[in-house]
Design a protein around this ligand. Structure first.
Ligand SMILES: NC(=O)c1ccc[n+]([C@@H]2O[C@H](COP(=O)([O-])OP(=O)(O)OC[C@H]3O[C@@H](n4cnc5c(N)ncnc54)[C@H](O)[C@@H]3O)[C@@H](O)[C@H]2O)c1
Length: 253
């Protein structure tokens, strides 16, 4: 799909991989709206990219509906949506304090899985109203899973479950939205240098990097943005989850 002047929404665009996606989309000519909880950083990036910032909690129906309406008002109906908003708290099924509080599990599912669906349902409804291109294409939705969907480490039960749900929705959604000319793909990142990761001590970062077959370094958000760019461009990519992980297969811990 062509990017020129296409309204694009990036959730989690105020940080890390979402910022990488927002920069790639803006560089390709899209009109970017950043949806995030972090207002200051989100505003600053949006301003730099000539886009807009809208405060949005992806796990809330009302908040996301209001954010889509606000972005539509300024840019028009969304043609590209990239969902990067996410959280990754660690927690064991049974920890030192006993069984994991159910609310902790629920919170991760609400943000990572329900949030992804929330953005997908609203984006798809808007995309379906757009004029199709010569291929019949009206929109592209990209979600962000994790390789923890496949190789969840000890302490990642909620995170793995949420990302596994995102992977499972991908083909289903691509099938269902095909009749509207909307493609759906998911990126499953390995290890990337983002604020989510840079909080870890240097030795932890180094030991994580040492587990990567090649290249032996954490990815940069612009390398995530490169894949977003390619997914939007290539009309044949549909219903797929793409690992972007330097051939990493995570160990149990
Ligand atoms: N960094 C990695 O190595 C890595 C690996 C695999 C998967 N991921 C996934 O990629 C996505 C982005 O991660 P990141 O590393 O860029 O993290 P990050 O913490 O740098 O950015 C996440 C952004 O999401 C926003 N956010 C959190 N909850 C939100 C909510 N309810 N509504 C709206 N915005 C919300 C945060 O404010 C933040 O700006 C996440 O889904 C994460 O699980 C990251």
């Amino acid at each position: 799909m062509d990017f020129k002047d296409v309204p694009a929404i990036v959730t989690g665009g105020a940080s890390g991989l979402g910022e990488g996606a927002a920069r790639a989309l803006a560089a390709a000519g899209a009109k970017v709206a950043i949806f995030d909880l972090q207002e200051e950083r989100g505003q600053a990036i949006a301003e730099e990219l000539g886009g807009i910032f809208v405060r949005c909690d992806v796990s809330s129906a009302e908040s996301a509906e209001a954010a889509f309406a606000a972005a539509r008002e300024v840019h028009g109906a969304c043609g590209i949506a990239v969902n990067c908003a996410g959280i990754a708290p660690a927690g064991k099924i049974v920890g030192k304090e006993g069984p994991m509080p159910l609310a902790d599990f629920d919170k991760v599912i609400q943000v990572n899985l329900v949030g992804s669906f929330n953005i997908m349902r609203l984006a798809a409804a808007e995309m379906a109203t757009r004029e199709p291109n010569a291929d019949g294409e009206r929109g592209v939705f990209i979600s962000t899973a994790s390789i923890a969907a496949y190789e969840g480490q000890i302490g990642q039960v909620a995170y793995s479950a949420s990302k596994g749900g995102v992977v499972a929705m991908t083909l289903q959604a691509a099938r269902e939205l095909a009749r509207s000319g909307i493609r759906v793909n998911t990126i499953a990142p390995g290890l990337f240098m983002t604020p989510m990761m840079s909080g870890f001590p240097q030795e932890v970062q180094d030991s994580l990097a040492a587990t990567l077959p090649f290249p032996q370094r954490l990815g940069n958000p612009d390398e995530y943005g490169m894949l977003v760019d390619q997914i939007v461009r290539n009309p044949l990519l549909n219903g797929e989850t793409i690992r972007l992980d330097c051939a990493l297969r995570m160990a149990p811990k």
